[in-house]
Design a protein around this ligand. Structure first.
Ligand SMILES: C[S@@+](CC[C@H](N)C(=O)[O-])C[C@H]1O[C@@H](n2cnc3c(N)ncnc32)[C@H](O)[C@@H]1O
Length: 344
């Protein structure tokens, strides 16, 4: 039987070649000290495909007729998908108490589009939907069109997001009152249909500028705990795409430990009561059009947070369990696609 013993250990050259391939594909960058991780996680693909060396596996990833499928599976094995409802809640309070009310005042077309980029198993977009649902009457937006897009590069997490069934660990920071948005099922809690109706989940690589260019203009982009795994060059590409996708005055919300320092001067920093967030200059109520060099100086604000709101990223070191049989190539229905995508 072909097993791990039949595989030649990954050489340093093989590590560099595969690391570069993964980086070029999705922006995730593995330092040399993470060679063991790459080797460990990809070894089972060599076993499954009965490939004895990582050199042959790289050729498979590049040239096999099923290469696209295999690349998607390999990326699934390498991504870190840790997430939960109401993560970094102080920022979500800024979102619902300050950003959304401002957009409600501003948007004449009664439409707000929000993109959770790198949404993993969906807790983030569902959290946004719960917050908006609870504030709908107060904001007087019952007849508004609120579209939430969740995207990720991993098919496996997207199938969980679409299924919408969550276990206890996803609720670790959730107030019990929000359980009213879920039905109890044998395997946990299932998101009710009324919450799903404005959310679409799509497969999207954040380095795929062409496909991102097809998205409708967004009012808010949340990209939290995603680009921390990217190097500066990849971050620059992604942030440039966000800038192009956002409306003037639109908001970019990164994770608490992330900043645009040395990455981009395209955004201004807006001090809200509950948080500081990035804003695309140019619209009404935008941060004053700060000079680029000044923006560079003020874009690093991670150190301004107190330890009270700082959350450790230790849990990010290991991905959730990957199961081959959970791979899904399912795409969203054409209905939800047409709501979100349009040629600009
Ligand atoms: C740690 S999770 C963050 C989930 C959520 N945003 C949060 O803060 O809880 C990071 C997600 O980014 C996704 N990701 C990594 N590289 C990506 C890329 N190039 N394009 C799209 N998604 C990517 C991973 O698959 C993973 O699900």
């Amino acid at each position: 039987m072909f097993d791990t013993e039949n595989i030649t250990p990954m050489s340093d050259e093989e590590f560099v070649s595969i690391r570069n391939f993964v980086y070029d594909h999705c922006g995730m960058y593995f330092e040399k000290d993470r060679k063991y991780l790459l080797e460990k996680r990809l070894s089972r693909r060599l076993v499954i495909n009965q490939i004895p060396t990582f050199t042959d596996y790289l050729l498979f990833l590049k040239y096999d007729q099923h290469a696209d499928e295999e690349v998607a599976i390999a990326v699934d094995l390498l991504t870190i998908n840790e997430t939960y409802f109401f993560r970094e809640n102080y920022q979500l309070q800024a979102f619902i108490k300050e950003i959304i009310p401002e957009l409600v005042k501003k948007k004449k077309d009664k439409t707000i589009r929000i993109w959770s980029a790198g949404c993993s198993t969906g807790e983030e977009p569902y959290t946004l939907a719960m917050l908006i649902s609870n504030a709908t009457v107060k904001l007087g937006i019952e007849d508004w069109n609120i579209e939430i897009l969740g995207s990720d590069i991993s098919h496996r997490v997207l199938s969980v997001a679409r299924e919408g069934v969550y276990s206890k660990s996803s609720f670790r920071e959730t107030d019990e009152s929000y359980l009213s948005f879920f039905d109890k099922v044998s395997s946990g809690y299932r998101v009710k249909d009324e919450l799903r109706k404005n959310i679409s989940f799509i497969h999207l690589n954040l380095l795929d500028k062409k496909r991102i260019g097809l998205l409708k203009t967004m009012d808010v982009i949340l990209c939290r705990n995603v680009i921390i795994y990217f190097d500066v060059e990849a971050k620059k590409k992604v942030v440039q795409s966000f800038h192009e996708t956002l409306d003037k005055g639109g908001y970019l919300l990164l994770g608490h430990s992330e900043s645009l320092m040395n990455v981009s001067t395209l955004f201004g920093l807006k001090h809200l009561k509950n948080d500081m967030v990035y804003q695309k200059p140019g619209g009404e109520n935008t941060v004053e059009d700060t000079a680029p060099e000044e923006r560079e100086r003020i874009t690093d604000f991670s150190s301004l947070f107190t330890s009270e709101v700082a959350e450790t990223n230790n849990s990010e070191n290991e991905p959730t369990t990957n199961k081959e049989d959970e791979q899904s190539t399912e795409e969203p229905s054409s209905l939800s696609w047409s709501k979100i995508w349009e040629k600009k």
